[in-house]
Design a binder for this molecule. Structure first.
Ligand code: FMN
Ligand code: SF4
Length: 440
């Protein structure tokens, strides 16, 4: 199978090697076409965003206004802070020039003269590698004003790397823009959407690193070629990041629709000690977990995962074997979302904390049977009631883990309601019942 995003070519990160393998020819081809023609090809290719929501890339580009005096922008989202997601870093390291070429084509198509690559600040190594690649591309005249001369066109654009400060919420597209503007990384209320009112109030497109890296190959080989790879409704390859209890964790670029069991057992080498799988989260920690006995026949693409009650997210596959403490896992996930909530909306700010507290209580063996429904109720009250999708990201793993593993969670709590000591003292004071009469 031909790899599109991370081909097996040694030293492809070097600009000379990239050029030798046909690099920067797709952008030349794109510059000979109209922007409508390019949007049409990307739409027909069926390319869907790889940043989590799987939205059509061509359709998103078509939302950018064609006639406007305002400057337009492209933001390339490389914040990659979701637990279980580690694919975009591989592109910065092993194929940065294809990303740069994709950015040039995208900027030309949407009419942006400035692009920002937003990278999480802690990714020092990848920021350095990406900056080196960018410097080399500038030096060769592929980026910046020299583009006019290099390509013989009346268009140029500049690309800047913007370092984040290590906040998961800054991967959300509107808080990413606030962050670039130098503001606190608070998500914005939508509408208005970024294509109308983005960076500094100007039309802006935000795409994931992997999404953009696909573009040069679609232009070079044609939309029909891309559309024929993998599942027709979510075509192309996907970078699957496999982590957890597998023998060979890592990134595997495979056609969309590859069987989940194939990825785990054939590519990632199966589970250590041939243990059974208890649970798999198929798309990064925010996606609905699947039971181990639900995995047979599950295909890894957006539409197929919907049919089994999950979602493709960022393609980060987290495998947990039969000895995993799921309460501990879920409490850890809940802690992450509580910690990363920006605090603007009450259901998310408070609800994420409540879910974490309840899970910690169950973990300490102080949980009651009613805590199970309490967790589901809190999750349901967060979902759909927040400014941004961090609300769903926090609610989904809790709601689906608890409902799909209800037997497991019930076994971890006592059937009788046992109030923590603090409440017993409190009720005694209020009712003045002698301590021996209190039923626990
Ligand atoms: C809390 C939160 C964090 C996100 N983090 C990322 C991220 O790190 N990278 C990313 O590409 N998209 C992330 N997204 C999705 C973006 O908002 C946006 O949908 C995406 O960058 C669009 O690119 P695409 O259409 O190419 O997928 C995040 C969304 C939310 C709600
Ligand atoms: S859902 Fe959470 S992270 Fe998103 S804006 Fe509201 S409080 Fe902030």
């Amino acid at each position: 199978m031909e790899k599109i995003v991370l081909p097996d070519i040694e030293n492809l990160h070097l600009i000379d090697v990239y050029e030798k393998h046909g690099g920067f020819t797709a952008v030349k081809k794109a510059f000979s076409q109209t922007t409508d023609e390019i949007i049409d090809q990307v739409k027909k290719s069926g390319l869907r965003g790889r940043g989590g929501a799987a939205f059509s890339a061509g359709l998103k580009w078509s939302f950018m206004p064609k006639t406007t005096d305002k400057p337009k922008y492209l933001c390339v989202n490389g914040d990659e802070s979701e637990p279980g997601s580690f694919k975009d870093r591989q592109i910065f390291e092993f194929n940065p020039h294809q990303l740069i070429e994709g950015i040039l084509i995208t900027c030309y198509t949407i009419g942006a003269k400035t692009a920002y690559i937003y990278i999480r600040g802690e990714y020092h190594k990848w920021i350095k590698l990406m900056q080196k690649a960018l410097d080399d591309a500038y030096a060769k005249g592929y980026v910046g004003e020299k583009m006019k001369e290099t390509f013989g066109i009346d268009f140029f654009c500049n690309i800047y790397i913007h370092k984040g400060a290590g906040a998961y919420i800054c991967g959300e597209e509107s808080s990413l823009m606030n962050s670039i503007e130098g503001k606190r990384g608070y998500p914005r209320v939508k509408p208005p959407f970024p294509a109308q009112n983005g960076l500094w109030g100007n039309p802006t497109t935000i795409n994931n690193v992997e999404t953009i890296t696909n573009i040069p190959k679609i232009i070079e080989k044609g939309w029909e070629w891309f559309a024929a790879i993998g599942e027709p409704k979510h075509p192309g390859t996907i970078l699957f990041g496999v982590s957890g209890h597998v023998n060979k964790p890592g990134i595997y670029e495979l056609p969309s629709g590859t069987l989940l069991t194939d990825i785990i057992y054939n590519y990632a080498g199966g589970v250590p000690g041939n243990k059974k799988i208890l649970c798999v989260i198929p798309g990064g920690s925010s996606m609905p977990p699947l039971r181990g006995d639900q995995l047979e026949g599950v295909k890894m693409d957006a539409e197929s995962l919907k049919t089994v009650g999950s979602a493709i997210g960022t393609g980060g596959i987290m495998v947990m074997d039969e000895d995993t403490d799921l309460v501990k896992v879920l409490a850890r996930i809940a802690h992450f979302y509580h910690h990363e909530s920006c605090g603007q909306c009450t259901p998310c700010r408070e609800g994420t904390g409540w879910m974490e507290k309840v899970l910690q209580r169950i973990l300490r063996s102080e949980g009651s049977i009613s805590d199970i429904d309490l967790l589901i109720s809190i999750a349901n009250n967060i979902e759909g009631n927040t400014i941004c999708a961090l609300g769903e990201a926090a609610a989904w793993p809790v709601r689906y883990m608890v409902t799909r593993f209800r037997d497991y969670f019930e076994a971890r709590v006592s059937k009788e309601i046992s109030l923590p000591v603090a409440n017993k003292v409190h009720s005694m004071r209020q009712t003045a019942i002698p301590i021996d009469d209190v039923k626990y």
